[in-house]
Each structure stands twice: as structure tokens, then as C-alpha cells.
Design a protein around this ligand. Sequence first.
Ligand SMILES: C[S@@+](CC[C@H](N)C(=O)[O-])C[C@H]1O[C@@H](n2cnc3c(N)ncnc32)[C@H](O)[C@@H]1O
Length: 266
Amino acid sequence: MTRPDWAPYGVDLDRPNAARVYDFYLGGAHNFAIDRQMAAQALAGWPELPLIMRANRAFLRRAVRFLAHSGVRQFLDLGSGIPTVGNVHEVARAEDPASRVVYVDIDPVAVAHSRAILDGDPRVTPVQADLRSPAHVLDLAVREGGLDLTQPVAVLMVAVLHFVPDTDDPAGVIAEYRDATAPGSAIAICHATAEGQGDKADEHRALYARTPTPMTMRSHAEVSRLLAGYELVEPGLVYMSQWRPDDDELPARPEDYPGYAAVGFH
Ligand SMILES: C[S@@+](CC[C@H](N)C(=O)[O-])C[C@H]1O[C@@H](n2cnc3c(N)ncnc32)[C@H](O)[C@@H]1O
């Protein structure tokens, strides 16, 4: 297929991609036929997926609002995706317009679109990088995004760590971000789980095996171990819809939105 104007040169149009499939689920327009085909296959086996994605996005907004209320003014959003309504900088700025946000994504479409809509905003910086290289990401966050690592930073890893396999040592990656950020810094995490999902989760994993970022779903205990060194705020690590819910629509059962979410400080 031909490359639309909004897609950067070199983007792979022949392979589905997690950022663009997620954009499709959320009702965005930055996806290709190959992404929509994969989404259609996934939806056939799991029609609730768009609801789950929206619930994840709602957790992200609640977590950022909570962190901003708690006084955090710098946000490092890892695996930020294609910008959509209720972006991190919009929520953070509602508390303090001087808040800084660095959006990091490995996907060129996500970064190109972030640049297009944020162009010229000195306090919001999109960068293309792989979160599995914390030293490089932090260097970019300081040099290009103006983050001050001597002041608290919230590291957001929402719906992204399930794209980091165990062989890439996700616990070690998180620990590097933790150790590089000032005391009082935070983490917000939301992580897909297969617990209680049976065959649906296996089929889902098989679909993502075709993308550049295959999925590793983790149990409550496994996600909990990733958060070592962080003091979790109430209610701890829970299903995403159970984390300080406000007026969001709640599922019949919390496990209907199968991802574990938490916010912690170190
Ligand atoms: C499901 S989206 C989540 C977007 C956003 N965080 C949210 O929760 O709404 C996952 C994003 O993580 C990105 N991603 C996957 N692996 C990554 C990596 N190693 N480094 C940076 N971004 C990555 C994908 O490109 C995609 O945009």
C-alpha cells in the first residue's frame, strides 16, 4: 500500500504494529489496513478489547492526575503511543501549566504524530527511543526534554512492559530508571495479565507474535516483583478498574479488564 502523508518515511506498512493497533481500538486514524486486519482478528475472539484499552487509558489519566496532585511536575512517559484525547501533558497541566512531559516511543508513527501535534511546545518533548536503554532515554529526557533528574520524576510505563520479554530483564530496566531519579520520584504501571483469561489470552499473544513487539503477559506476583524498591500507594497493585476509580464505567467483574495497575514512590 502507499504511504499516507502523516506516516514517516521508512515506516513498515506490511506488518501490524502495536502502537497502530492500539490507536485503532481507541478510535484513532493512525493505522493501516494491515493493523485493522489484525485488530479484526483479535476482536473476533475478544470483542471487549476496545473497552479494555479505554479502561487502561482511564487508569493513565487517574494516575497522572494523582501524581500531579501529589506535587510531581515532571513526567517521563515510556511507550507513550499515538497521542489521543486526555494526553499526559493535558492532565498534568490542569494541575500546573509549568509541568514538563517527555513522550518516548519506539514506533516512528507514534513519534511523528506526537511531533506534529506538539510542535513548538517547549515543555512537551516527543523522542523516539527504546525504553530498554534507560541511560540513553534519560540522556535524551535531560538534553532534549529539559527534565531535571535532581527533582522528582514520574516514570510512566502504562500498557508497555508486556512488550518487554523476560530475556530483556524488565526488572533491571525499571531499577535503572528508579536509581537514576531523585528520591520522591514515582512509577505508574499498568500491565496485561493472562490470569483468569484462558484461551483468549493465548490467541491474543499469538497475534502479537506477528508484530515487532510480541507480548509477555504476567501474573500479579510477577508484576509485583517488577516494582521492587517502590512504596505503592493505596490500593496497591490491583486490576486497573480498581485503582482509585472515579466516574469511569466499572466492569461487571474487575478481571474483565485484565491488567494490573499500581502507582508507587521511592
Ligand atoms: C498499547 S500502547 C500504550 C500507549 C500508552 N502508554 C497508553 O497506555 O495509552 C504501547 C506502546 O508502547 C510502545 N513500545 C513497545 N515497546 C517499546 C519499547 N521497547 N520502547 C518504547 N516504546 C515501546 C509501542 O510502540 C506502543 O506505542
